[in-house]
Write a protein of this length. Structure first.
Length: 151
């Protein structure tokens, strides 16, 4: 692929990334930060990121403060490609919360949706959008992680 792949990231990937800095979700987010791939996101999906990441149960599990989440989201807001949702195809998926991920991906003409809920996004294939977990994303787009000493 000559141009940078554009991904739409499901909220569960961000949750995993903030809970485990050694896992593939964190590594994928580092690749997005480095600019190796693009990340598309609609305003509705971004608000879901904030809502989920700031839940008390998540903050406790991640060991982060709400201010830490604000810092993460502020950085993310500076690097994402905003997606305007022109068309909605609801309902397509079993989980209504996943609809905004599919809509963002379809409207962004994303190269993939990255999620741990692969089965829930089966209908995305009708839109020609691969649904991959982080490990599959690394393989599919031949991404490599460069480990930094940055915290």
């Amino acid at each position: 692929m000559n141009k940078k792949p554009k991904l739409v990231i499901d909220t569960n990937i961000l949750v995993a990334a903030t809970r485990n800095r050694q896992g593939p979700s964190f590594a994928l987010m580092q690749i997005i930060r480095s600019g190796q791939v693009k990340m598309g996101c609609s305003p509705a999906l971004f608000l879901e990121y904030e809502d989920v990441l700031k839940r008390a149960s998540h903050l406790a599990a991640s060991g982060l403060l709400a201010s830490d989440i604000d810092a993460i989201l502020n950085e993310l807001a500076g690097i994402i490609e905003p997606v305007t949702t022109h068309y909605q195809w609801r309902p397509q998926l079993r989980d209504p919360a996943d609809e905004m991920v599919l809509e963002a991906a379809a409207n962004a003409q994303a190269h993939a949706i990255v999620t741990y809920n692969l089965r829930d996004f089966g209908p995305a294939r009708l839109f020609g959008i691969p649904v991959l977990n982080p490990e599959q994303t690394f393989q599919h787009f031949r991404l490599t992680v460069t480990r930094s000493t940055e915290p």
